[in-house]
Design a protein around this ligand. Structure first.
Ligand code: G3H
Ligand code: 13P
Ligand code: ZN
Length: 323
């Protein structure tokens, strides 16, 4: 058993409390490789933002649990070396079983999500409570989910949204003891969030549901998944350099800004980072076909990623200077 405290990490309790009071959201950026982690830490140190390093079960399999733990430890030391200690959470994204959550907690995660959103209400409560009871023994915080996002949630496929039912949240929070709650208000995972024809407006998020949730559990930290904006300049760059990404659409940043000022304390962004890296790699390789040193294309990808994260922190989430 390796406690996250020995790695220099923190759980999400204090940073969510401050985010709620200060009307901003903490960035939760997914990572599975070195350059993504470097970009996240550099961006957060330069903007003095707290951060949630997020790892999906797929990412954990890809990167190796042992390596990840030591990368998170290294991230704490890297931030210190860059000259500013920021609060860093290591969080399991979309945990789908008690055993996975337990294994992550044992290997140094400071926060886990148990995603029982695809289960029946009572089964979701039972599974979430089991994880909470275990996690809280080690002062690890737990995120639960009510409502289903359209699209793919890791291995969980949801054809359509099932918006969160505000009338359930109070009971769910009380009976499970979760520390934060992910809700479904119209976002979805990936780069194709809305089916809109060119020129058509993207449908707004269901802020009415968010408001109703806030009324029922005042001051409780809410999480927004599927919050990439899918910047069209980045998509255009990918397509300009040989890619083929069509009909992509994301959540407009002004809506995320509005959400960050509410009880939404954590905003999950993965796809935008994937797009930024892909655009940079494609550009370098298209312009320099004889290049074969990975540092020559992953370096620019890391730089573009860092700029993207800084933009999100400063202009969208409002978490700059909150570390
Ligand atoms: O919500 C899902 C995240 O974007 C992680 O995706 O399962 O492909 O690592 P992944
Ligand atoms: P995006 O696909 O919109 O980046 O969402 C990521 C996410 O919710 C990770 O849990
Ligand atoms: Zn998610």
């Amino acid at each position: 058993m390796k406690s996250y405290k020995e790695l220099g990490l923190v759980n999400s309790r204090e940073i969510f409390k401050k985010a709620m009071a200060g009307k901003y959201a903490i960035p939760a950026f997914n990572f599975n490789n070195l350059e993504q982690l470097q970009a996240i830490i550099m961006a957060c140190v330069e903007t003095k933002s707290p951060v949630i390093l997020q790892v999906s079960s797929g990412a954990r399999k890809y990167a190796n649990a042992n390596l990840l733990k030591n990368m998170a430890k290294g991230a704490v030391e890297f931030a210190h070396e860059l000259g500013y200690d920021i609060p860093i959470v290591l969080h399991l994204d979309h945990g789908d079983s008690f055993e996975l959550c337990q294994s992550c907690i044992e290997s140094g995660f400071s926060s886990v999500m148990i995603d029982g959103s695809h289960l029946s209400y009572e089964e979701n409560i039972a599974l979430t409570k089991k994880v909470v009871d275990y996690a809280h023994q080690f002062d690890v915080t737990v995120e639960g989910e009510l409502g289903v996002l359209a699209g793919i949630e890791d291995e969980v496929s949801a054809e359509h949204h099932t918006y969160t039912r505000p009338e359930e949240v109070e009971d769910f929070v009380k009976r499970t003891g979760v520390d934060s709650l992910a809700i479904s208000i119209g976002t979805s995972h990936g780069a194709f969030k809305f089916k809109v024809k060119p020129g058509e407006a993207i449908p707004p998020l269901r802020f009415d549901i968010l408001e109703e949730v806030q009324k029922r559990i005042p001051g409780f930290p809410i999480v927004l998944h599927g919050a990439s904006s899918v910047p069209q300049d980045i998509v255009n760059e990918i397509n300009q350099y040989g890619g083929k990404i069509e009909n992509s659409a994301g959540v407009p940043e002004d809506q995320l800004r509005k959400a960050a000022e509410s009880a939404v304390c954590k905003i999950n962004i993965d796809s935008d980072g994937r797009l930024a890296m892909t655009a940079a790699v494609r550009k370098v390789l298209a312009e320099n076909p004889s290049e074969f040193d990975p540092r020559k294309y992953l370096g620019p990808a890391r730089e573009k990623l860092k700029e993207l994260y800084k933009h999100k922190i400063v202009n969208v989430l409002g978490s700059a200077n909150k570390a």
